[in-house]
Design a protein around this ligand. Structure first.
Ligand code: PHE
Length: 355
């Protein structure tokens, strides 16, 4: 018994000091581990004289229980103290002012692309995409624009290699080619995206946006083109009537070709679409040239249709009263905050379709 009492007294005196959890665990191992002091006492039971054995074993068990209790309550005490400490430290100071909360805005160009896509999707157009880096075949040759064609210079192309095989697409028309090469007619698609030309002033930026339209079927004619554009412009500008005129023009990939102007006037410094006697050019279009169809293995004696290319940035400027195109791409946060759209507060003619 005296040895057991010694062990207990030792423990009690150790616990008078301030101990941390790892020190207590060490004490636990020293007592109850494989060759711990208490474990060794248990191993000793067999060697004790029979007359004392029972009492020794019972005393040993009592001491073992006492020691475990003491140790466990010490561990609890330390853990509780730690929790208390943390609760004190981690107090939330509700008097602190809130941090400024910044919610991003949707760029007017993205917003306009969403609106255009949803308007065309209502009349059966699906959305296609093509890469910004194009090859010379898709951007020019397949579009009936041969090597020495002056339109190639007109486009002020950014070439990406010496051989002039890779370039930044100068219009979205190569998506017509990609779509027709990959599928079979009929086709009814729009293709919004970035386009590039070496040009920069108040109304031109070297990177700008277009949306291509292509509708090919067995009996599509210029009347369909007019109807489609008329519908689109009315929906986009949210007006009941629109003044629109087709001016004869030339594109190598359409025949006949036209440029489309819409009528507008300026009233009290505000631009009113669909009235007045001023004209504004917004797109190029025409009936797809038979050579283009041949280039993509579509039989021009069976299929025909129209294509158009609309300048998106210009439409956005008109609709949202923005007068310098370059501001679109300046990345000025204050500008975006003013002209951008709240993602949760979209304009009335937005139908929830996103790119
Ligand atoms: N790709 C022409 C341009 O960028 C626009 C266009 C597209 C014209 C489709 C006719 C048909 O100017």
């Amino acid at each position: 018994m005296s040895e057991l009492k010694k062990i207990k007294d030792e423990l009690l005196s150790k616990f008078k000091e301030k101990l941390d959890l790892s020190e207590i665990n060490q004490i636990k191992t020293d007592l109850f581990g494989k060759s711990g002091k208490i474990t060794l006492q248990f191993k000793k039971i067999g060697t004790i004289d029979e007359s004392e054995r029972k009492k020794f074993a019972s005393d040993l068990n009592t001491i073992k229980d006492q020691l475990q209790k003491i140790i466990n309550s010490k561990i609890n005490e330390i853990e509780n103290a730690e929790i208390e400490e943390r609760l004190k430290k981690e107090k939330i100071d509700i008097t602190l002012p809130e941090r400024p909360f910044v919610r991003g805005k949707i760029h007017p160009v993205s917003q306009t692309i969403d609106e255009i896509s949803s308007i065309f999707s209502e009349i059966g157009f699906s959305v296609e995409e093509g890469p910004d880096v194009e090859n010379e075949f898709n951007n020019f040759t397949a579009l009936n624009t041969p090597d020495n064609h002056p339109a190639r210079d007109m486009h002020d192309t950014f070439y990406l290699d010496e051989k002039k095989e890779k370039l930044l697409r100068t219009h979205t028309s190569p998506v017509q080619i990609r779509t027709m090469l990959k599928d079979k007619p009929p086709f009814k698609i729009i293709a919004p995206g970035r386009t590039y030309r070496s040009d920069s002033d108040q109304t031109h930026s070297p990177m700008f946006h277009q949306v291509e339209g292509l509708h090919i079927d067995k009996d599509i004619n210029m009347g369909h083109l007019k109807g489609c554009l008329n519908y689109f412009i009315k929906e986009f500008f949210e007006v009941k009537k629109i003044k629109m005129r087709f001016r004869p023009s030339h594109f190598p990939f359409t025949e006949p070709s036209a440029e489309v102007d819409i009528g507008y006037e300026i009233k009290d410094g505000k631009i009113i679409i669909g009235e007045g006697d001023q004209w504004l050019e917004i797109l190029g279009c025409g009936m797809v040239h038979p050579n283009v169809l041949k280039n993509v293995n579509v039989n021009p004696s069976k299929f025909q249709g129209y294509a158009f290319g609309i300048g998106i940035d210009r439409l956005a400027m008109l609709k949202y009263g923005i007068n310098d195109l370059r501001a679109f791409f300046d990345c000025d946060y204050r500008w975006l905050n003013h002209f951008g759209f709240d993602p949760l507060d979209v304009p009335t003619n937005y139908r929830g379709l996103s790119r």
